[in-house]
Design a protein around this ligand. Structure first.
Ligand code: U5P
Length: 210
């Protein structure tokens, strides 16, 4: 197994992922499930965020109480499937900023090609959570994080729904410092670069485009 991989084994997460994997799950259900699941993932991923104490006043006394450090978190969505994570995560981290990274996968070479990149200002003081439901060959994730690192964020985490050993290896060969959070590490990739058993094309399933 690759370096920094956090497998999120919570029963609610695993149950919802099982429902999403089924081929007879409708677009409507799939979208609802990705929404519910992403809120749970956001909760797990933010578990170790740095905090500091501030002084506040309750109706009875002053006290010191903890808040999250630094500027607002950035949710960096790899278009288009990453957008499926946004609503659920924003429910848990409502103040988060949202960045977009447009990449498509060349069907022949399976290499990621960038067509859009927009992040908030002040990245040096921000923690970034990169969103893509499937870390498959890892090429998109590597390209997205390569590009993100040019903005010098304070930290980067990567979150997906399903990944595989090949994708994790490629990703961590390039970015050993970026932890991956995932509910599932599947068997591998097929000849078209799809994760097996997987759940199919995440973008098509979220947006109903197949
Ligand atoms: N992808 C899927 N399902 C798979 C494999 C890949 O939807 O089983 C899509 C995802 O949308 C993701 C991209 O954005 O391909 C990741 O590809 P890769 O660069 O990791 O191979």
């Amino acid at each position: 197994m690759s370096r920094d991989v956090h497998v999120i084994d919570h029963p609610l997460v695993q149950h919802k992922l099982t429902l999403m994997r089924r081929k007879d799950t409708s677009t409507k259900s799939f979208r609802e499930l990705v929404h519910e699941l992403s809120a749970l993932l956001a909760y797990e991923i933010t578990r170790e965020m740095p905090m500091h104490e501030i002084q506040i006043e309750t109706p009875l006394e002053t006290m010191k109480s903890r808040v999250i450090d630094g500027k607002k978190v950035v949710l960096a969505s790899i278009l288009r499937a990453g957008n499926g994570f946004l609503d659920g995560m924003l429910q848990v981290i409502p103040g988060a900023r949202v960045g977009h990274i447009g990449l498509y996968r060349d069907p022949k070479t399976l290499q990621a090609v960038e067509y859009y990149f927009k992040m908030p200002s002040g990245m040096e003081e921000r923690d970034v959570i990169v969103l893509d439901p499937m870390l498959a060959t890892g090429n998109s994730a590597v390209a997205a994080v390569d590009r993100l690192k040019q903005t010098n964020p304070r930290s980067i985490r990567f979150v997906c729904l399903v990944t595989c050993p090949e994708g994790l290896k490629t990703f961590h060969d390039h970015h050993p410092d970026v932890p991956v959070y995932t509910p599932a590490v599947d068997r591998g990739l097929n000849e078209h670069g799809y994760i097996v058993p997987g759940l199919g094309d995440a973008g098509d399933r979220i947006f109903g485009t197949k």
